[in-house]
Write a protein that binds this ligand. Structure first.
Ligand SMILES: C[S@@+](CC[C@H](N)C(=O)[O-])C[C@H]1O[C@@H](n2cnc3c(N)ncnc32)[C@H](O)[C@@H]1O
Length: 339
């Protein structure tokens, strides 16, 4: 007989986890066939949705019902579907907070890599990492723009913290691994005194150029198209931003990158780092720990790090006043000053 101290376990949670891929795939299918977009016009039956999408009823009905069960759609007593506050805000194409492209990225670009997780664990390395220029450019070109809404609020918080709007003299900003340019665009918007050096791989920098033009700040940009390990960062910058880059570079290259950034900053300059931080024991922060597995399947040496680890590298490099800035992103920003 089981001891009374033994916890009662059931298979329920594992059965739910076993189907964990279903919600993102259903969302992706509904986004792709414009179901959320159609419902933004008002409630519709499954047949009306299927007709609007030009696809058979069967799939629309199955997917829509399952979406109702996870509160991404609602259904009335006549079987008409409508949006919920969450799907109305995040899953309708053209809305400012649209996350559909991000979900397409995680399902179409990332999921195939996760399908080979067991194989990757066997070798300790993925097949074809995205942290190489070859392969990486195509991968990042497709989605850095989709990351813009995730980081823009935090980038604005950084501009406020650094009091960029009040600057009376030129502020030189080094945007490393610029991607969409989200970090430097927010700083450039805060003051006409901001001039930016943006570094990224050549193909991805085309996206940076397009985005800076869209925000009307491109005339204050210098674009440096090269690998971070080889690029000339210039010198005398007041601010350097490293948004979501340390995790794909991994520890050794990140530490080199921090040293190179230190050299490129002016005395008194600030480095700002955004990452998916994990707790020191690597036991609690589910998103950060899952992202470490994502780095395993996607990069040669990538990982996620704790504040304490990154703070240690910064101090070793010579930075002082290493601190966290609460910001509306996945983790607080890490700031530090070059003495
Ligand atoms: C996850 S995205 C982050 C983009 C942007 N900083 C942000 O926070 O949204 C990573 C960026 O780093 C660039 N990148 C990755 N490895 C690089 C390397 N070794 N040299 C230059 N750029 C690199 C990619 O092209 C991509 O634009």
């Amino acid at each position: 007989m089981a001891s009374s101290a033994q916890p009662h376990v059931t298979p329920d949670r594992l059965m739910q986890l076993a189907w964990g891929y279903a919600p993102p795939m259903m969302i992706k299918a509904a986004v792709q066939h414009g179901l959320f977009d159609q419902l933004d016009q008002g409630p519709k039956s499954a047949q009306e949705l299927a007709d609007g999408a030009g696809v058979p009823l069967r799939g629309v009905r199955a997917v829509s019902n399952a979406l109702v069960s996870i509160d991404l759609l609602a259904k009335d007593s006549e079987g008409r579907y409508s949006l919920t506050p969450e799907s109305a805000t995040f899953l309708v194409r053209g809305k400012p907070a649209f996350l559909g492209r991000m979900i397409t990225h995680t399902t179409v670009q990332i999921l195939p890599r996760w399908m080979r997780l067991a194989e990757t664990v066997e070798h300790g390395k993925p097949v074809g990492g995205v942290n190489h220029q070859e392969g990486g450019v195509e991968f990042f070109q497709q989605f850095v723009e989709d990351l813009f809404p995730m980081s823009y609020p935090a980038a604005r918080a950084l501009a406020a913290e650094l009091k960029v709007a009040a600057a009376e003299s030129p502020v030189s900003v080094l945007d490393l691994a610029a991607g969409s340019g989200v970090w430097s665009i927010a700083l450039a918007q805060a003051s006409p005194n901001v001039a930016v050096t943006a570094v990224d791989w050549p193909g991805v920098l085309e996206v940076t150029q397009r985005m800076t033009a869209r925000f009307g700040v491109s005339d204050r940009y210098t674009f440096v198209a090269d690998d971070l390990g080889l690029a000339d960062f210039g010198s005398g910058h007041q601010v350097a931003t490293l948004g979501h880059i340390l995790h794909s570079e991994g520890e050794a290259r990140s530490r080199e990158l921090l040293k190179k950034t230190f050299t490129a900053l002016a005395s008194g300059g600030t480095i700002a780092i955004q990452e998916f931080l994990v707790d020191q024991q690597r036991a609690k922060n589910t998103m950060g720990l899952i992202f470490a597995v994502n780095m395993l399947v996607a990069t040669d040496d990538g990982d996620t790090f704790s504040f304490e680890e990154i703070a240690g590298w910064l101090k070793e490099t010579g930075f002082v006043d290493v601190r966290e800035l609460d910001s509306p992103g996945p983790s607080p920003l890490i700031l530090a000053t070059k003495p």
